[in-house]
Design a protein. Structure first.
Length: 136
């Protein structure tokens, strides 16, 4: 079942593609750079969810078991990303789609800028949430 062009053209897939290309350039010996990219992308998504978990635990009366919450989040995020990005060779299809796509230099600049902002936001938000919610 081949996806339509418009379904393949979304920010989440582009984020995965960008991370994969970066991973391929950084470590040329990594034969499974798409899996490494999946792990990094899952980490970014996980940090965003972890930030929400920290804030819910801090500002509500809900008493979350942070360790169990984190373990469940890791399993769900990694599993969902694996199904969305790796199953049935989809990682190869995503990379082929974006390598064939001709974007203008201006468009590429803004897409790459958004990727960097997303990654910085993910790490920054988690650091901020951890700092705000730390128990003294």
């Amino acid at each position: 079942m081949m996806e339509s062009r418009s379904a393949m053209n979304n920010f989440y897939y582009y984020l995965f593609y960008s991370i994969a290309i970066f991973a391929r350039k950084i470590n040329k010996r990594d034969k499974d750079y798409t899996f490494s990219s999946l792990m990094f992308l899952s980490l970014c998504v996980g940090l965003n969810i972890l930030s929400v978990i920290f804030l819910i635990d801090k500002f509500t009366s809900a008493s979350l078991n942070i360790r169990i919450s984190i373990l469940l989040m890791v399993i769900i995020v990694f599993g969902a990303n694996y199904l969305l990005l790796m199953r049935n060779g989809k990682d190869v299809k995503i990379i082929e789609f974006y390598e064939k796509k001709n974007d203008s230099r201006k468009s590429l600049f803004w897409k790459r800028f958004l990727v960097v902002i997303y990654i910085l936001f993910s790490y920054g938000l988690c650091i901020y949430a951890a700092y705000v919610t730390k128990k003294v």
